[in-house]
Design a protein around this ligand. Structure first.
Ligand code: MC0
Length: 153
């Protein structure tokens, strides 16, 4: 079912500060930025590698407010790993399959994710305490936006 680890999502209070840390410490590059109102986050994707069907990334997440999934997580647990996302070839099918195996789906149908991907979350309590995301990458290689290029220089 899983093709790769698509990304590790990391919750932080200050996105710009955390991006600067990952850039200077690990030589990573920001390849996309987005505000996702539906998910309540401002986020940045830092590419680790490219691969078949999509790349691998660190995803930095700053909440848009306290009453959002990441806002609540920060208040309860502080900064750190928020979720792990696995690349799948067909997210709707993977959700259906995992749901039929007894795992609660937080998304019955796919939602919009980073860089044009389609995503669905699984309940952390049913995955040994790990908030799990399934990701179907957008067709083709993700575009590096001009904003991201500028932000990275
Ligand atoms: C909560 N829990 C977690 C957790 N968040 N466990 C592991 N990792 C997390 N990130 C645990 C709590 O400690 C609690 O356990 C139980 O789950 C229920 O949590 P709650 O605090 O009572 O409930 P809520 O209201 O905070 O909801 C938690 C839930 C929610 C996971 C259902 O955050 C959710 O639906 N998340 C999916 C969407 C999301 O996270 N979006 C932001 C990233 P105890 O033992 O205390 O009962 S968006 C994103 O990443 C997109 C842009 C993308 O990748 O493209």
């Amino acid at each position: 079912m899983f093709m790769r680890i698509d990304h590790v999502g990391i919750a932080c209070h200050d996105l710009e500060e955390r991006i600067a840390f990952f850039q200077r410490t690990f030589d990573l590059t920001v390849v996309a930025r987005e505000i996702n109102e539906e998910q309540g986050v401002k986020e940045a994707m830092l590419r680790i590698s490219d691969g078949q069907g999509g790349g691998s990334y660190i995803q930095l997440l700053e909440p848009l407010g306290p009453d959002t999934p990441v806002g609540k997580f920060l208040a309860k647990r502080g900064e750190g790993v928020h979720h792990v996302a696995f690349g799948v070839p067909d997210v709707a099918r993977a959700l259906e399959e995992v749901g039929s195996r007894g795992v609660r789906l937080l998304d019955e149908t796919p939602r919009h994710g980073s860089m044009g991907s389609s995503i669905g979350f699984l309940h952390p309590k049913d995955v040994g305490g790990m908030l799990t995301e399934l990701v179907q990458a957008a067709e083709g290689q993700p575009e590096t936006t001009q904003e991201a290029r500028n932000a990275d220089t």
